[in-house]
Design a protein around this ligand. Structure first.
Ligand code: GDP
Ligand code: IMO
Ligand code: MG
Length: 422
């Protein structure tokens, strides 16, 4: 098996970018297969910090191929500005090392407008989205009225598609009392970007299947996390794509088998609203936030913080067929006297060993914890198992036991090279 799928096992920001970058040293191709520029993947190389949103993490390594699959909601303006900003830092992304699926649905200004209108309407029940137009773009895809990258090539097709799209969006805008969107402006918006983005357009499914025949090593880079999955997450407080491992196939057209690796943080964080059973709205949460520098990569919002939830991570492992796990940010727990792991939930006199689907139950779950002594030792930047404190190893072993799969990598700092293979 030459292919690996990387998925987040919590609510995103587990450190997927760092791990994809680390693993891509031995890969040929990295593929994004869902989400869009709602993702923020941080990679630190020689003290230089890179924050990637749409571009696969392989762009930072010379000689690798990056692919954006059909499952991605594509904000072409954001992609071109990400490419241009990397160019100023000496990184050359061009059509020979980046390919974008011709089937990607495009995020347009009307999507960002719609997201804002509905978040405003939601009052106290806001999702707390990233405001990138992701949800409305996917709604149009499923509603069969999206404009896709391939439509930019054909003026007649584009004209028809814009008419269909605007008849839907303008009915809603008028209903809500907003100004209608004008066809000429939308066409202008699309035309501005077409020349720059079309050179990247490719039948990605075919490229990938050829790569499989050539036995190239491919990494599929997940965005967001399992509990933001539209089907399996804490609905409705989720993103609008599938984030589980099987989406790597649908979202790219790749059809071979792959080894699925999950990435989990040694505690839990969440940006935006929604249930979070192990959240610590106290000095523990404040310490995790401060030591972990838990500010959202995309929206700069404070991430909510809490203890490691083994129930969630075990569920995520099972949902994606994860065979091994990477644990990140253990170093953030270095100064804690005690650490806790959630092993079950209590609700209405019953004990749950999984996260029930109902929002009304999820928000009331009471976590059951096991408590462990901390290790009270600086582990940041450690590079071998021998340097790790006994209590840290015990913590990792307990997590392995609870989630049912081995932890094969530990990340010990934001830096590319600070990883321990177990
Ligand atoms: P992603 O969205 O899953 O790629 O994660 P983000 O990049 O949004 O957030 C993870 C943050 O943790 C980034 O700032 C990383 O640089 C940082 N990080 C990753 N692994 C480690 C680690 O092991 N220790 C520490 N201290 N920071 C880490
Ligand atoms: P990475 O790839 C953390 C969250 C938003 C919001 C919800 C829906 O960096 O892990 P959306 O804009 O997607 O419609 O917002 O999902 N969210 C993320 N949280 N990391 C991410 O990506 C996220 N992408 C979306 O905060 O709660
Ligand atoms: Mg992130």
């Amino acid at each position: 098996m030459n292919s690996i799928v990387i998925v987040g096992l919590q609510w995103g920001d587990e450190g997927k970018g760092k791990i994809v970058d680390y693993l891509s040293e031995n890969a040929d191709v990295v593929v994004r297969f869902q989400g869009g520029n709602n993702a923020g993947h941080t990679i630190v190389i020689d003290d230089e910090v890179y924050k990637l949103n749409l571009l696969p993490s392989a762009v930072l390594r010379a000689g690798k191929i990056s692919i954006i699959g059909n499952g991605v909601a594509l904000d072409s303006h954001a992609l071109i500005s990400e490419i241009e900003s990397l160019k100023t830092r000496g990184i050359d992304v061009n059509p020979s090392n980046l390919m974008v699926s011709e089937s990607c649905p495009l995020i347009l200004s009307i999507h960002k407008d719609k997201e804002k209108f509905f978040e405003d309407l939601n009052g106290n029940h806001k999702i707390g989205t990233t405001n990138k137009g992701i949800g409305p773009c996917y709604e149009d895809k499923v509603g069969r009225r999206a404009i896709r990258l391939c439509d930019l090539e054909n003026t007649d097709e584009l004209n028809n598609r814009v008419d269909t799209l605007l008849s839907y969006h303008n009915a809603i805008r008028q209903g809500l009392g907003y100004q209608v969107a004008k066809k000429e402006e939308l066409l202008k918006e699309v035309a501005e970007i077409a020349k720059k983005i079309l050179p990247y357009k490719k039948p990605v499914w075919q490229v990938l299947n050829n790569f499989v025949r050539e036995e190239r090593k491919i990494i599929f880079e997940g965005a967001q996390g399992t509990f933001l999955d539209i089907d399996h997450g804490t609905y409705p407080f989720v993103t609008s794509s599938n984030t589980v491992g099987s989406q790597a196939m649908t979202g790219s057209g790749f059809s071979s088998s792959a080894h699925v690796i999950g990435v989990a943080k040694a505690y839990t964080t969440r940006v935006g609203n929604g249930p979070f059973p192990t959240e610590q709205e106290n000095e523990v949460g404040d310490s995790l936030f401060a030591i972990g520098k838990e500010l959202g990569t995309v929206s700069n919002r404070r991430r909510r913080c809490g203890w490691f939830d083994a129930v969630l991570v075990r569920q995520a492992v099972q949902l994606s067929g994860v065979l091994s796990v990477v644990l990140t940010k253990l170093d953030i727990l270095d100064s804690f006297d005690m650490v806790k792991i959630c092993t079950g939930y209590r609700y209405n006199g019953e004990v749950y060993d999984y996260l029930p689907a109902s929002h009304s139950i999820q928000k009331e779950l009471e976590p059951i914890y096991e408590e462990f002594f901390g290790w009270k030792e600086n582990t940041q930047g450690k590079k071998s198992v021998g340097e790790l404190p006994v209590n840290l190893i015990k913590y990792v072993k307990k997590i392995e036991e609870l989630i049912g799969v081995p932890i094969h990598l530990i990340s010990t700092s934001p830096k590319r090279e600070d990883v321990i293979e177990l």
